[in-house]
Design a protein around this ligand. Structure first.
Ligand code: C2E
Ligand code: MG
Ligand code: MG
Ligand code: MG
Length: 291
């Protein structure tokens, strides 16, 4: 395998995504064992509204391989998806996230958590019922769970996907449409999917402040989503200027390194406690030094 070092000096695993090399098979076995051993973690990234209120936290899976270092989620999720391990990974993530929500609730922190689910999950028979049973077991109200899906759920057997999603929303689980703009972004999909939130993909948000075409795409997406009654979240907001543009365009909430990167559970707890009821405040611009 190839390894490079990331900014923190930790090795990051990289491999070709499209072949079942012995390397991929090795990783698959390692991932299965890591899940069984509880060695896979969730980090949590806040979604905040423009008034600073915390709208929720997104759970993002993290795996540090004992020899290879951090393996990026995109990498091992592709492996899990193509191997049949995905349902197991999703159960693990849901279980871990709901246990965390229950702990936060016990401390008075009533913040919804979003979990990413893959198209595979939505096509797994009984998925909606198993989510409902898990919520009940943790004593977490369905409204505290959001599931992030992509348009890919409609690629194969759209009727079954629609039934599963209807089952989930029927139980009170909120659905969010992730990575909007990167798939087919079809209006038919938007109408068919029972989502209450739309997340604009980072690829459009990143250059919003400098690229007028990206800015137009974001503006149209926000207007379209609002006309359908959806809440709009922008992903990957890294600087003040982008934050201001999004606020001016009427976007509802942002996620990104400007606010916080995904944090391990203890750090996320501290972050939530520190914000209290005041919510997140944008750091003030530094005062000129020579005054
Ligand atoms: P996503 O759901 O669209 O998550 C957003 C990704 O953008 C995350 O990458 C997050 O760490 C990153 N990000 C957030 N803010 C910024 C920013 O300001 N700048 C930049 N450059 N990046 C930012 P991550 O954690 O590597 O996850 C990648 C993808 O892997 C996710 O995209 C999601 O599709 C998938 N994923 C992550 N966790 C899970 C999971 O538990 N289950 C499933 N099925 N998929 C997951
Ligand atoms: Mg997501
Ligand atoms: Mg996304
Ligand atoms: Mg993504």
């Amino acid at each position: 395998y190839q390894a490079k070092r990331d900014r923190t000096g930790v090795e990051v695993y990289e491999s070709k995504r499209d072949s079942n090399t012995p390397d991929r098979l090795g990783l698959l076995g390692d991932l299965r064992r890591a899940l069984d051993a509880g060695d896979v973690e969730l980090h949590y990234q806040p979604k905040v509204r423009f008034d600073g209120q915390v709208a929720g936290l997104e759970a993002l899976v993290r795996w540090v391989h004992p020899e290879r270092g951090k393996v990026p989620p995109d990498e091992f999720i592709a492996i899990a998806e193509s191997s049949g391990l995905m349902p197991h990974l999703t159960e693990y993530v849901l279980e871990t996230a709901l246990a965390q929500v229950a702990r936060w609730r016990a401390r008075g922190l009533r913040v919804p958590v979003a979990v990413n689910v893959s198209p595979r999950d939505v096509h797994t028979p009984g998925f909606a019922g198993s989510v409902a049973a898990r919520l009940a077991r943790h004593g977490v109200p369905a409204g505290s769970l959001q599931l992030e899906i992509t348009e890919h759920v409609l690629l194969e057997d759209p009727q079954r996907a629609a039934d599963t999603l209807a089952g989930l929303t029927g139980h009170g689980v909120k659905m969010s449409l992730d990575d909007f703009g990167t798939g087919y972004s079809s209006l038919v999909h938007l109408r068919r999917l029972p989502v209450s939130e739309l997340k604009i993909d980072r690829s459009f948000v990143a250059r919003l402040a400098v690229d007028t075409e990206d800015a137009e795409i974001v503006r149209c997406t926000i207007d379209l989503a609002h006309s359908l009654g959806l809440v709009v979240v922008a992903e990957g907001v890294e600087d003040d200027e982008t934050w201001e543009r999004l606020r001016d365009l009427g976007c509802d909430a942002v996620q990104g390194w400007l606010v916080a990167a995904a944090m391990p559970p203890e750090e996320a707890t501290a972050w939530l406690l520190a914000r209290g009821s005041r919510g997140w405040q944008r750091p003030k611009a530094a005062l000129p030094a020579a005054l």
